[in-house]
Design a protein around this ligand. Structure first.
Ligand SMILES: Cc1cc2nc3c(=O)[nH]c(=O)nc-3n(C[C@H](O)[C@H](O)[C@H](O)COP(=O)(O)O)c2cc1C
Length: 217
């Protein structure tokens, strides 16, 4: 079996995952490791009826810069100078100054085929399942990148940038952009603060029938 890309335990990795927006154009691992992670996500993350509708694009270096310059141009045209200069410009600069971005897409042809082929009782659920699988790809990669010592944040400038991104990188027109995951080495002093106060567990988790029995070795 191929050696694992991330060696941290699953629980540790999920506890380490946070949102970090102040990032440098540096990495802790070779680009090939990040590409391997993207491949592993594609090959291992589940989808409804094994429909495999999620698609990824990974951009590094000048392509990453280009993505954020496309986003900057589109936003400026949409919101105007005043709002652009009132904070948005700096926010986008933070992303542009990071190391790379993973773009998450859904292939609309796959989504349509799943709806057509699904039994009648599931037809109104398939769109939701396509989104759920995309979210699983996002969580997989967010957690894994942070376990590799990178800082990560998740952005949503779709659908504003879809057409220009598709044109620039020849991405099929039936792919629909869902999210942009920015990564890089966290800037000094950008460690995330205490986790926001979480709602009381009992409001969000109900457990029934659990038994405290010894687990066999
Ligand atoms: C579905 C989803 C959408 C999000 N969208 C954005 C976003 O557009 N921009 C952003 O900066 N953070 C976004 N976030 C990050 C959340 O704000 C962040 O995960 C949350 O506040 C908890 O903080 P933590 O990630 O440090 O645990 C998103 C997170 C999720 C799960």
């Amino acid at each position: 079996m191929a050696s694992p890309i991330v060696t941290m335990s699953f629980t540790e990795a999920t506890q380490k995952r946070r949102t970090i927006r102040a990032l440098e154009a540096k990495t802790t691992v070779p680009d090939s490791t990040i590409v391997k992670l993207a491949e592993a996500a594609i090959l291992t993350v589940p989808s409804a009826f094994d429909n495999q509708s999620a698609r990824l694009t990974v951009v590094f270096g000048n392509d990453h810069k280009k993505l954020w310059s496309i986003t900057a141009d589109a936003l400026l045209a949409r919101i105007g100078e005043e709002r652009w200069n009132g904070g948005t410009k700096d926010r986008i600069a933070n992303f542009a100054n990071a190391y790379g971005t993973i773009l998450f897409w859904d292939d609309q042809s796959c989504a349509t085929a799943m709806k057509e082929n699904a039994p009648d009782i599931y037809k109104d659920k398939t769109d939701e399942w396509v989104q759920q699988s995309n979210g699983m790809h996002q969580y997989y990669l967010w957690t894994a990148l942070e376990a590799l010592g990178l800082g990560v944040n998740l952005q949503h400038y779709n659908p504003l940038i879809d057409a220009q991104v598709q044109k620039t990188w020849g991405v099929p027109s039936n792919w629909k952009l869902k999210a942009q995951m920015v990564f890089g080495v966290p800037k000094d002093g950008s460690a995330p603060g205490e986790k926001q106060q979480k709602l009381p567990l009992e409001q969000r988790l109900l457990v029934f029938g659990a038994v405290n029995h010894p687990v066999p070795n």
